[in-house]
Design a protein around this ligand. Structure first.
Ligand code: ADP
Length: 295
């Protein structure tokens, strides 16, 4: 089973033909609200892919918080570790254009309170096989969770997003790092994924760099390498491609899957998700992933 320590947002999504430039107003086609945030997205992706998932994080005492909690529960995520704190829930203000590209403003709000372990969090982490972390909650919280994961022999998986340079103390506790190309470049100073991968393997034992429509590249310290292409699909919304990838990957690895197969399932899960609008609402089920891989 999987525990996610991280952010929960309400995504406020406007679909537009072309995103506005500075000072410009454009007319959108449609507006939707969908629960998101990298933490919640990874939790829902893993739960839909078949894992037993617990969420640790915080939502505000507002209608968005109640909705986020309800949608996570509907996706079978255990929300015992999800606290309701005074004030607003985190929000992400997202513009998706007709090419499927997005730009995003995140207002952390309640996520800013997730800066340490709370009562019961250590037990939730200790009782899991994998711990999924991202950087949309304060770094001291992420570091405390990673340290707890390490103490209890839990596989610690970090998505280093949004991209910031990371302290070595945090990376010491990470088993698997899953940056996208941009995040890998920020962490290492190398735009070339090959060089970035080599540099990251100096810091953590296993790395997957996701390369958008070009797939992903995996490496570990034993010199094992896998390059897995993306599935060729018509993308309409790539908002949570990376989170779906990590949720499905961790679920497959937790079930004892071999790395190349787990990477292929993750590529299939994210390929399914980019063909649909929304973040959590676009995530595929275990059966959908299996059918897609088998086709
Ligand atoms: P992020 O969403 O974090 O920026 P990426 O864009 O690298 O991450 O996407 C993560 C994974 O999702 C990729 O490795 C790939 O398997 C899949 N993916 C992303 N974009 C596409 C696409 N246009 N077509 C097919 N698969 C995609």
């Amino acid at each position: 089973n999987v525990v996610v320590f991280g952010s929960c947002n309400m995504d406020l999504v406007a679909y537009v033909p072309v995103a506005p430039k500075r000072g410009e107003t454009v007319t959108g086609r449609e507006f939707r609200t969908v629960p998101g945030g990298k933490g919640a997205n990874q939790a829902i992706a893993a739960a839909k892919a078949g894992a037993d998932v617990r969420m640790i994080g915080a939502v505000g005492a507002d209608e968005f918080g109640a909705e986020i909690r309800r949608v996570m529960q509907d996706s079978t995520v255990d929300v015992q570790g999800l606290r309701t704190v005074p004030g607003r829930s985190g929000t992400a203000h997202i513009v998706v254009d007709d090419a499927g590209d997005n730009s995003i403003i995140v207002v952390p709000a309640a996520n800013g309170t997730v800066d340490a372990l709370a009562d019961g969090d250590e037990e939730l982490i200790a009782g899991s096989d994998s711990l999924l972390l991202q950087l949309e909650v304060p770094q001291p919280g992420v570091a405390a969770a990673a340290a707890a994961g390490k103490r209890h022999g839990v596989r610690v998986v970090l998505t280093p997003a949004p991209a910031v340079p990371l302290p070595e103390e945090l990376l010491r506790d990470v088993d698997l790092l899953v940056p996208n190309e941009h995040e890998a470049a920020v962490l290492t100073g190398h735009d070339d994924p090959e060089r970035a991968l080599a540099a990251l393997l100096e810091l953590v034992p296993e790395v997957v760099i996701t390369l958008g429509a070009r797939g992903c590249t995996y490496g570990n310290r034993d010199g094992v390498r896998h390059d897995v292409p993306a599935f060729s699909v018509p993308a309409v919304d790539t908002t949570a491609a990376g989170d779906t990838f990590v949720g499905v990957l961790t679920t497959a690895l937790g079930e004892g899957g071999e790395v190349p197969n787990a990477l292929r399932e993750a590529a299939a899960g994210s390929a399914l998700s980019v063909q649909r609008n929304g973040a959590s609402s676009a995530m595929p089920t275990r059966d959908e992933i299996a059918d897609f891989v088998a086709r």
